[in-house]
Ligand binder design. Structure first.
Ligand code: AMP
Length: 193
């Protein structure tokens, strides 16, 4: 199996690059943001639990997210591989993911980090907010809150995966196709090794 994590701050381009990687490598997409929004729109208990956290720009509690990912992975048994987008976002989530993949007799192949400066990210998210309809893309203070969560809780994962020899960073600014080619080169060399 080829299991990728696409890693980076909000607005780094994880969704855009995921779509391209999915069609090239035939992977199943697991975007916890998309799954949580679908739960919220369907009015499920999980969606209602998550809603307040999302609209404040805070992370949803680990147990909620981990359970949701686990159920989704089980429902996709037989997949060629997964691309995790927006997950894991904390060290406990990363540890839980390692355990879940072990149950499938597999593991993370490579963690692709999209590296973009904060001011550029705020600009991109404000722009996206004009068309995405996402409550958490609308005002600058919610967006800055999401960055704060990223810096405090998610960025430590870079060290976690570097220690496992799995983190590969790519500059996430510039042409989408150039960034995509760089990501593919990282995947191909991880598969070859
Ligand atoms: P995203 O679409 O990935 O930007 O996620 C939107 C929001 O959903 C985040 O700001 C969090 O409130 C919540 N969320 C998404 N993924 C996670 C996760 N792995 N852990 C905790 N909260 C999450």
């Amino acid at each position: 199996m080829l299991n990728l994590i696409i890693f980076g701050p909000p607005g780094a381009g994880k969704g855009t690059q995921s779509e391209k990687l999915i069609s090239k490598y035939g992977l199943v997409h697991i975007s916890t943001g998309d799954l949580l929004r679908a739960e919220r729109n369907a009015g499920t208990e999980l969606g209602n639990q998550a809603n307040d956290f999302i609209s404040r720009g805070e992370l949803v509690p680990d147990a909620v997210v981990i359970g949701m990912v686990r159920n989704y992975m089980i429902s996709k048994e037989g997949a060629n591989g997964f691309i995790f987008d927006g997950f894991p976002r904390t060290i406990p989530q990363a540890e839980a993911l390692d355990r879940m993949l072990e149950e499938f007799n597999t593991g993370i192949s490579v963690v692709l980090g999209l590296e973009v400066e904060e001011d550029e990210l705020v600009k991109r998210l404000m722009l996206r907010g004009q068309t995405s309809g996402r409550v958490d893309d609308q005002d600058e203070s919610t967006i800055r809150n999401r960055f704060q969560e990223y810096l405090n809780k998610t960025l430590p994962l870079q060290g976690f995966y570097t220690a496992q020899g799995k983190y590969q960073g790519v500059m996430g600014m510039g042409e989408i196709d150039t960034i995509f080619s760089q990501l593919c080169a990282k995947i191909d060399s991880a598969q070859a090794s």
